[in-house]
Ligand binder design. Structure first.
Ligand code: SF4
Length: 419
């Protein structure tokens, strides 16, 4: 059987697809990179925006038109399917998770000897390590928590073992998940001693926090640079902050800290009860004062239901005041399964679009300003890909630097000048 894979959405989805891909590989299937050559297409779906589901449907139709492949749709949008994904042309099955065994079964492939985690893949210098899945929060705009369930953290031992294997082929490991700042908060996890003498001591009565997990990973795998994929600003505890400040070779100076809104009124309506505009600002300013180099990104939602012009201005003012180096702006879109779909005060599309544009322009201006400031300075670079004969190098502060491949001596990590 020839199988083609396609992933929508976040790094957690990319990780999940890789696990499924390796399960098919182990079962004797041939992985192809063109759907026209495939007997089966496996599509990992995302439900974060209306746009992501539109793209999913378009893609499934495109596969059905251009190949004889049947399609399996798995992941977040599949988990919330009301039957409309199943009804798309050539869809063989909709799998409400991304478990390799379930996807193999749906494909009619015998399930045997599955690995818990993916093997290091390919020759890429950056790898993903999923440390937890799910989320215990209920942000009113988010259907991910419905699709992926409650927070489930992976044991420290398993993560160390996987990180060691990844480090044999990768210079950077990105810790990913759905809500990684809550790592270890689910009951009963990781309380057992992992037996790693080099690990920092911690009270055995409670599970490790994200910062403590990172301490263990750094002690066990000091050769790689770790990076956090996305973490709430107020969940950067003192251990994490200390690692960011004191161990730049081991933990990249980069935070992607979802903001969503700079208005407390809107944050409340979003159900984001664990921070305010003030506490977010205080944590970021504290860190920025101590980190001369810091890649700082945020997700922001434009035009949330009930957002007034004053709320929007509060977001703009907060973003202006903080040293963001890029922004991800999401125009609010109704997710039928999320509570925000039922909130009063839904805004006209033109208002949402205009606010999103203003936020994007501000994000682009801040990114350009930061890039100009970093130009000519040295950075800790890790090769992240090749594009049109050029090498893409990722710096600790999440800038892409491009070099001619003939300037490269083959090392996956080296000092680079920001251009
Ligand atoms: S914190 Fe909120 S936005 Fe993030 S996954 Fe959990 S519910 Fe969704």
């Amino acid at each position: 059987m020839r199988v083609y894979f396609h992933t929508f959405g976040c790094k957690a989805n990319q990780y999940d697809t890789e696990r499924v891909r390796q399960a098919f590989d182990a079962s004797g299937a041939v992985v192809v990179d063109d759907p026209a050559l495939a007997d089966l297409a496996v599509v990992n779906s995302c439900t974060v925006t209306h746009e992501s589901e539109v793209k999913l449907r378009r893609f499934v139709r495109h596969v059905a038109k251009g190949s004889h492949a049947r399609t399996i749709v798995m992941g977040c949008a599949a988990a919330l399917d009301d039957g409309s994904i199943a009804a798309l042309p050539s869809v063989r099955a909709v799998v409400a998770n991304a478990e390799p065994a379930d996807v193999l079964r749906a494909a009619g492939v015998e399930v045997r000897g599955l690995r818990a985690a993916p093997l290091p893949a390919g020759t890429k210098s950056r790898a993903l390590l999923k440390i937890q899945d799910g989320c215990d929060e209920h942000c009113t705009f988010c259907a991910t928590t419905l699709a992926r369930g409650a927070n489930r953290s992976r044991p420290v031992d398993d993560l160390i073992e996987e990180a060691r294997a990844l480090a044999e082929h990768h210079a950077e490991i990105v810790l990913t998940g759905v809500h990684i700042g809550t790592y270890g908060r689910d009951s009963g996890l990781g309380v057992r001693d992992s037996g790693h003498a080099s690990r920092a001591p911690r009270p055995e009565a409670r599970p490790p926090s994200l910062g403590e997990l990172l301490e263990s990973l750094i002690a066990a795998v000091p050769s790689v640079r770790f990076r956090l994929s996305s973490v709430e600003a107020t969940e950067v505890d003192d251990t994490l902050a200390r690692l960011l400040i004191d161990a730049p070779r081991h933990l990249a100076a980069h935070l992607h800290a979802p903001l969503q809104s700079g208005s407390n009124r809107v944050l409340k309506r979003m159900g984001r009860h664990w921070y305010t505009a003030e506490s977010y600002r205080a944590r970021i300013e504290w860190l920025a004062e101590r980190l001369p180099i810091l890649g700082l990104g945020a997700d922001v939602i434009a035009g949330f239901p009930g957002e007034t012009d004053e709320d929007h201005r509060a977001s703009i003012a907060l973003i202006r005041a903080l040293p963001f180096t890029y922004l991800h702006v999401f125009p609010f879109s109704v997710r039928p399964d999320a509570a925000a779909a039922r909130l009063a005060g839904q805004l006209p599309p033109v208002v949402i679009r205009d606010r999103a544009r203003e936020l994007r322009e501000l994000g682009e201006a801040k990114a350009a300003e930061y890039r100009a400031h970093r130009q000519g300075q040295t950075a800790d670079g890790v090769v992240s890909g090749r594009q049109q004969g050029r090498l893409e190098v990722m710096t600790e502060d999440y800038l892409s630097v491009y070099l001619d491949t003939d300037q490269w001596d083959g090392r996956p990590r080296f000092e680079v000048t920001v251009n």
